[in-house]
Design a protein around this ligand. Structure first.
Ligand code: C2E
Ligand code: CA
Ligand code: CA
Length: 607
């Protein structure tokens, strides 16, 4: 356009006309631009309005008096209120307690935590809603307004609570776990300290639960634990905490208030409740015992962890003595034995000659002679005194120290047999074989080595093993027992009747003997039902070609009854308590029953 103007430079009028034209063109252009700008602004305004309205977060403005002036859709939804009703309400009606808002844990790291807060708003329908809130001052027409951005965090809070619950509860039973128990214990201790009250802690461990798990499977074990948990909760009051510590171990926290029944009453109530058989789907009904240890604040311990330790010691004490419930007794604090055994103290005990064997005779009822002894181990500890085998054998099984211990007992048993035979006595010895030892290849090789290096008859050794040991790995056990039997050793199932083994499995094992557990013998003269069990076990064993031993015979009445039922051998305090090395020569010389002499013994062994 400028070039065409210069071409007509001679004509001023023309130039003027052109200039006027140009000016009007420019004005038009400016008007166009201004109109365009306005449209764009309006468009932007609409766009912003849509963005604000469609925002997931609630956005509201409050005027200088704190009155709602605008609210987007999300805000209306959050407050469950129509826009026209929300506008005009005062901030205080919706956010009654701003001072209770706390910095949001989701605030950006390093950002100003005050800017993002967490708290509750109140809806016009009077319900409350957890929100995350950002409040800003804004200036509108020189006046100070406020803008609030609100986010409904109901779902996030529920999720958080769920996670917290999962972290603090046992997923199987839904009971508080060890973590939550510790929390509640600390809390209760603080309260007890303030009000000078006592606090009881009970630790419970189910008896023989491992056998249920090993023999009936984990699913049955789990189902049983769920039922046990329910019964425990039913035995306590609402404010008491029942927790699952893991496995078959539970804890109960009982604040002791005036007039309340004592922890021992609760413990007895629990025992009675658990004694009732549990019926599980697809399974016979199960009975389960429990051992309960009690510890009292402040008498036994002042801190939570010490109180737990004391209750644990008491629980072990109850288990060891089969008393059901024990209160912590510092004199019996054998907690250190557990640590001692687990940390390899048993190996040192072998090296330092602290282990010894005692012998309990088995009386043959037909010939009225003692043909064999059971070998039982003892640990004479310099600090802890005599530690019974059912205390250290299970610990040694756990720690892996069992193999050297079993090698030691085997070697001593063979040496003892040689000494007996040198004296012309043809007695045999029975040795208890722990579950892990049965499955250990090393033990098999060691037995072979021992027999090769000795001239004792292998059948002079009987290995006693429990049903549980077999059920741990039935196929493996059958193979291993066949190997041991092939070496000439006799095999016996110990504590018969207390495990969950199947009869068909027993039939497939190369057994020579069954030992009926002492719990049936104890009650057989008073309970007709137990007498029937004993009688059918004897008949069954005889049908399978096995010898029957009754253990734990304490009275003449029991021995007479056993004789009537055709039992072959009896063992128990009535005949003799386990006898140590020093007392053995005297006992064998003066026993009321003769001992098997070598010549007779050899014939029997050869036959
Ligand atoms: P067990 O094999 O059932 O041994 C019988 C237990 O009952 C022995 O306890 C014995 O002293 C006790 N007893 C014997 N007669 C009577 C009686 O008339 N009445 C009562 N109430 N009890 C009686 P002990 O010696 O404390 O042994 C406990 C368990 O420790 C044994 O039970 C056995 O499973 C295990 N054990 C003992 N020695 C060894 C060992 O050398 N190796 C392994 N692996 N385990 C052993
Ligand atoms: Ca035994
Ligand atoms: Ca036994």
């Amino acid at each position: 356009m400028m070039r065409s103007l210069q071409q007509h430079a001679g004509s001023a009028t023309l130039l003027q006309r052109y200039t006027t034209m140009l000016a009007s063109h420019q004005a038009e252009h400016y008007i166009d631009v201004a109109l365009d700008q306005r449209a764009k602004l309006q468009q932007l305004d609409r766009l912003m309005g849509t963005v604000v309205n469609q925002s997931f977060d609630g956005i509201m403005t409050f005027d200088q008096h704190g009155v709602v002036r605008t609210a987007n859709e999300a805000a209306c939804k959050l407050f469950r209120c129509a826009h026209r009703k929300l506008v005009g309400l005062h901030m205080k009606a919706l956010i009654p307690d701003l001072s209770a808002f706390r910095p949001s844990p989701h605030a950006e790291p390093g950002g100003d935590p005050e800017k993002r807060l967490e708290g509750f708003v109140r809806r016009p329908d009077q319900t409350v809603c957890p929100v995350e809130l950002a409040l800003r001052r804004i200036s509108i027409d020189g006046q100070s307004w406020a803008m609030a951005i609100l986010r409904d965090i109901t779902a996030a809070k529920a999720h958080e609570a769920n996670l917290r619950h999962l972290a603090m509860h046992d997923s199987l039973t839904g009971l508080p776990n060890r973590l939550l128990l510790k929390d509640r214990l600390d809390q209760s201790l603080r309260a007890a300290r303030r009000s000078a009250e006592q606090l009881n802690l009970a630790i419970l461990d189910l008896d023989r639960f491992k056998e249920v798990n090993d023999t009936l499977g984990h699913q049955v074990g789990d189902a049983l634990l769920v039922l046990v948990a329910k019964r425990l909760v039913d035995c306590v009051r609402e404010g008491d905490t029942v927790a699952r510590l893991g496995g078959d171990e539970f804890a109960i926290l009982l604040p002791q208030r005036q007039g309340m029944c004592t922890a021992r009453d609760v413990a007895e109530r629990i025992r009675a409740s658990l004694r009732e058989p549990f019926s599980l789907a697809g399974c016979v009904s199960l009975e389960i015992g429990v051992s309960i240890g009690l510890a009292l604040y402040p008498d036994d311990a002042e801190t939570g962890s010490k109180l737990m330790q004391c209750a644990d010691v008491a629980m072990y004490d109850a288990k060891r003595h089969a008393t059901g419930v024990e209160r912590y007794d510092p004199a019996k604090d054998l907690n250190s034995i557990r640590t001692l055994v687990l940390s390899g103290g048993l190996r040192q005990a072998i090296d330092n000659d602290q282990l010894l064997l005692v012998y309990q005779p088995k009386l043959d009822l037909r010939s009225e002679t003692v043909r064999s002894f059971e070998v039982l181990a003892r640990w004479h500890h310099p600090d802890h005194g005599l530690i019974p085998p059912d205390e250290f054998v299970p610990q040694a099984e756990e720690s892996g120290n069992i193999v050297p211990f079993t090698r030691w007992t085997l070697a001593r048993t063979v040496a003892c047999l040689e000494a007996f035979h040198k004296k012309g006595l043809a007695v045999s010895l029975a040795l208890n074989l722990s579950p892990r030892s049965l499955h250990s290849k090393e033990i098999l090789l060691f037995v072979r080595e021992l027999l090769d290096g000795s001239d004792i008859t292998p059948s002079a050794i009987t290995l006693e093993l429990t049903e549980t040991a077999v059920m741990l790995d039935p196929a493996g056990a059958v193979a291993r027992l066949e190997q041991l039997h092939a070496l000439g050793l006799r095999l016996s199932i110990d504590d018969f009747g207390t495990g969950y083994s199947s009869l068909s499995l027993l039939r497939s094992l190369p057994l020579d003997e069954i030992k009926i557990d002492k719990c049936f013998i104890r009650t057989m003269t008073s309970s007709p039902q137990d007498r029937v069990i004993v009688r059918s076990t004897i008949d069954l064993a005889h049908n399978l070609g096995l010898e029957v031993v009754a253990e734990g015979v304490e009275t003449l009445a029991q021995m007479t009854a056993l004789k009537e039922l055709g039992c072959d051998i009896v063992q128990g305090f009535l005949i003799a308590e386990p006898i140590d090395d020093q007392a053995l020569p005297d006992w064998t010389a003066n026993a009321p029953w003769p001992l098997e002499r070598a010549s007779v013994g050899r014939e029997r062994m050869l036959s």
